[in-house]
Design a protein around this ligand. Structure first.
Ligand code: UTP
Length: 408
């Protein structure tokens, strides 16, 4: 793209300020900026104007959940089905590690954060240890696909190499990168991160399968015979990955997707709740939970939206191939975005200062016809690290690790 073409594109979207420092740049920097302008989808920025009406909700109703007693009753049967699938190489795991983890406030990828007290215990290490439990139980390696982003790819890959994959078999670990999206101020003007670079953020965790396809990872995975993918977040240090009983229950109930859920601590807890939306499985985000929904009860008097998702889903690969063509909704999320001030100096804000644009994995659920919400014991499987202190923090996760006999 040449200067004039870049100018025309930016003018169309009201983003001409991107060229403010153009004349100061070296030839190479000019080239870099023009390439970035060419590759950027500015259309998303116009969504800021329609923020309030962006994703209207359909009719929300309760969904049936497989609760702990029902799982316990069939535990052996489900576990056997799951182990058989794992041993046949049909189950892979996808670690979503492309996020910026801004709330934790570390510049490094979240997975390299050390939660140890008397020894090193990195977040990635905890996840690998959990996955290794199943590898040993099944006596079979489980392919692990790790999604990174432009912001943390190299650090993540070298960290795994340096730590010898925490004992995992490197032949079964594949990295791939997600796409980026522009990040803007509250009026929809893209921020500049440097004089030759617009601010960008990873485009959410909803594009993971598309990125697997782009990187050729999906094709290799299909050739290897993987039929199910357990997608999970980087920050829950207690989660069970490729959990045989969960895998078996999802297969046995012929569900298109399984979703691990936990009992919410309060009706207004900040987790998305499983539900039906216009008759299809869905997740109602905590900010969409009206007082009416919070008060609603099932026929047997239990809270109707009592089970929250923990970002641990088991997708059937053949359905992913179909739904990946559909455009998932975009969410506008308030974040702290590094930018250049009027004087052209870099600023790292302490508070959120603008929007990033994300597709979310939870929206993939709504594209499918059936979902098995599968309850897990909260204290045993849910220790998310979002913040440094307080709720869902390093502190609370350490406490939960201790309760589960994990030495830190
Ligand atoms: P979060 O919603 O906690 O987002 O991600 P985040 O960006 O990591 O953290 P904050 O909000 O800035 O503090 C949930 C999971 O989705 C992954 C994260 O790495 C985490 O495992 N994720 C999120 C991606 O892989 N890509 C993204 O673009 C966003």
């Amino acid at each position: 793209m040449n200067y004039q073409q870049a100018y025309d594109k930016l003018e169309k979207y009201g983003q001409l300020h991107v060229l403010k420092y153009y004349e100061e740049l070296s030839e190479q920097e000019k080239e870099e900026l023009l390439t970035q302008i060419e590759q950027t989808d500015f259309e998303v920025l116009s969504l800021c104007e329609k923020k309030e009406t962006l994703n209207p909700r359909g009719k929300i109703e309760p969904i049936a959940v497989m609760e702990l007693p029902a799982i316990e009753a069939k535990k052996d049967e489900y576990t056997q089905i799951g182990l058989d699938a794992i041993r046949a190489g049909k189950v892979g795991a996808v670690l979503l590690a492309g996020g910026m983890g801004t709330r934790l406030g570390s510049d490094a990828p979240k997975g390299v954060y050390n939660i140890g007290l008397t020894k090193d215990v990195f977040i990635f290490q905890r996840l690998i240890e959990n996955l290794l439990d199943v590898v040993h139980q099944a006596d079979a390696w489980i392919p692990l696909y790790v999604m990174t982003s432009d912001k943390n790819h190299d650090t993540t890959v070298s960290f795994f190499q340096e730590k010898q994959y925490f004992g995992y078999n490197a032949d079964y670990v594949t990295f791939f990168m997600q796409d980026m999206a522009p990040a803007a101020d509250y009026s929809g003007k893209v921020y500049m991160e440097a004089k030759n670079k617009m601010s960008t953020s990873p485009n959410g965790n909803g594009g993971w399968f598309l990125s697997m396809m782009k990187w050729g990872v999906a094709e290799k995975m299909k050739q290897a015979g993987v039929e199910w993918l357990n997608v999970f977040a980087v920050d829950n240090v207690l989660q069970r990955i490729a959990d045989p009983c969960f895998v078996g229950a999802t297969i046995a109930t012929n569900s298109a997707v399984g979703a691990k859920v936990v009992a919410k601590t309060a009706p207004d807890e900040k987790v998305g709740a499983m539900c039906l939306e216009d008759g299809k499985p869905s997740i109602v985000e905590y900010y969409d939970m009206t007082p009416e929904l919070m008060a609603e009860k099932t026929k047997d008097g239990k809270p109707a939206y009592h089970f929250g998702v923990i970002l641990n889903y088991l997708f059937r690969v053949k359905d992913l191939v179909e739904i990946v063509e559909k455009k998932l909704p975009l969410h506008i999320v308030e974040k702290k975005i590094p930018y250049l001030n009027e004087a052209g100096e870099p600023v790292k804000p302490e508070e959120p200062n603008g929007y990033k644009f994300e597709q979310l994995v939870l929206d993939m659920i709504h594209e499918l016809d059936s979902c098995l919400p599968y309850e897990v014991v909260r204290k045993k499987e849910f220790a998310p690290i979002k913040n440094k202190t307080g709720v869902d923090s390093v502190e609370s996760a350490r406490e939960l690790c201790k309760e589960n006999g994990i030495l830190l």
